[in-house]
Design a protein. Structure first.
Length: 368
């Protein structure tokens, strides 16, 4: 069994940070496309020059945005959905080259795709709108010079708390307090949660040595009594309902929770936040490369990025789009996450399968 096969089998156990839309799950998993209006467009990928096959996260790009591109260009979009980076990688590796024209991998997966020669270099001369992306999001370690990727949206893992129920925690370490016993909803994401445990003892969750991993295991065990729910689908629901008084979740979920319960507040922990960037990439052998570049440039327009943020309030790297959003968005740090949070955040790094199995054992014990 290859290293990839081991990693793929391992990750299939994990629940992703976005779940498939109800009804689209089985269809997307079977390789069927979901059209921009929600209808099926079939399971085959044609060679029609006026088509674009995009393989992206669920609940991330509004239908109105995709429909706007179709109307403007006459290019029909076939939308294929995935629920985790590992699902996407497995599909790209097993499908025929040229099946997809656009991918949306998270930073560490960009690096993995590059290493496996699964991405096409981007023609930056076509991406005239790339200057709208803030410099702090560009030229990252996973893709120096953005040869293969352009940022779309980001995420930050922070602390949510109900100010009517508990005083403001200042750090992940504070979440170990007994007042949070069986009162925290956290992500059903082993890399993020174990990184939080690691950050309370000066680690990152990217360590490979046994001594550091043992320290993370010890800290994770301390969190266990306080974690009530593990949810990467809609963790905000536990906060809105009052089932939990605090959470360690993505800022976008905190923002959505605030819309239903203004008592939900955010803390950017003193240890720093876990951060990630999802990116536009073109897979190796894409049949509609020109259309893909045109689509990426369209998504980089401020007015388009603004619509995306209004529907899905993840971290918006398009600084010109932020200027178009209303004052409530701009003044709310959970929607307009401060740039320093990203500047000093911790990114997930790809780890060898042998190391991942060690983290998996910690995760199993934590949830058991």
């Amino acid at each position: 069994m290859s290293d990839f096969d081991v990693m793929e089998a391992f990750h299939k156990q994990q629940i992703s940070r976005r779940q498939f839309l109800r009804g689209a799950l089985g269809l997307a998993a079977a390789g069927l496309a979901v059209g921009t209006a929600g209808g099926l467009t079939g399971c085959g990928k044609s060679d029609n020059p006026n088509e674009l096959n995009i393989f992206i996260w669920t609940e991330y790009v509004p239908d109105s945005v995709l429909e706007g591109f179709e109307k403007e260009t006459g290019i029909h979009i076939n939308q294929y959905l995935y629920s985790s980076n590992e699902d996407m990688l497995a599909k790209v590796r097993t499908e025929n080259e040229g099946t997809y024209d656009i991918l949306q991998p998270t930073d560490y997966m960009v690096k993995s795709l590059i290493a496996q020669d699964l991405l096409e270099p981007l023609d930056h001369s076509v991406l005239t709108n790339k200057g709208n992306i803030g410099s702090q999001y560009m030229d990252q370690e996973f893709d120096p010079g953005n040869k293969y990727s352009i940022p779309f949206m980001g995420s930050a893992t922070a602390i949510a708390y109900n100010e009517d129920e508990v005083d403001k925690p200042e750090s992940f370490t504070d979440m170990l307090d007994e007042k949070f016993r069986s009162n925290i909803v956290t992500l059903n994401d082993f890399r993020e949660v174990l990184a939080v445990a690691g950050m309370t003892v000066g680690l990152t969750g990217n360590e490979k040595d046994d001594e550091s991993i043992a320290k993370i295991a010890k800290q994770a065990a301390k969190f266990k009594p306080n974690f009530k729910l593990y949810d990467s689908d809609s963790p905000r629901n536990a906060l809105v309902s009052g089932d939990c008084i605090a959470g360690i979740i993505w800022t976008a979920e905190i923002a959505l929770a605030q819309r239903d319960n203004p008592a939900i507040q955010v803390t950017f922990p003193s240890e720093g936040c876990g951060i990630g960037t999802d990116n536009w990439c073109i897979p190796k052998g894409a049949k509609h490369n020109d259309n893909a570049l045109r689509f990426i440039n369209y998504m980089l327009r401020p007015e388009v990025a603004k619509v995306v943020s209004e529907d899905y309030p993840y971290v918006q790297p398009n600084t010109e789009a932020i200027k178009l959003l209303d004052e409530d968005f701009q003044n709310n740090p959970v929607e307009n996450v401060p740039s320093d949070v990203f500047k000093h955040g911790r990114r997930t790094e790809a780890l060898p399968p042998k190391v991942l199995r060690k983290y998996d054992k910690i995760w199993t014990n934590l949830k058991g």
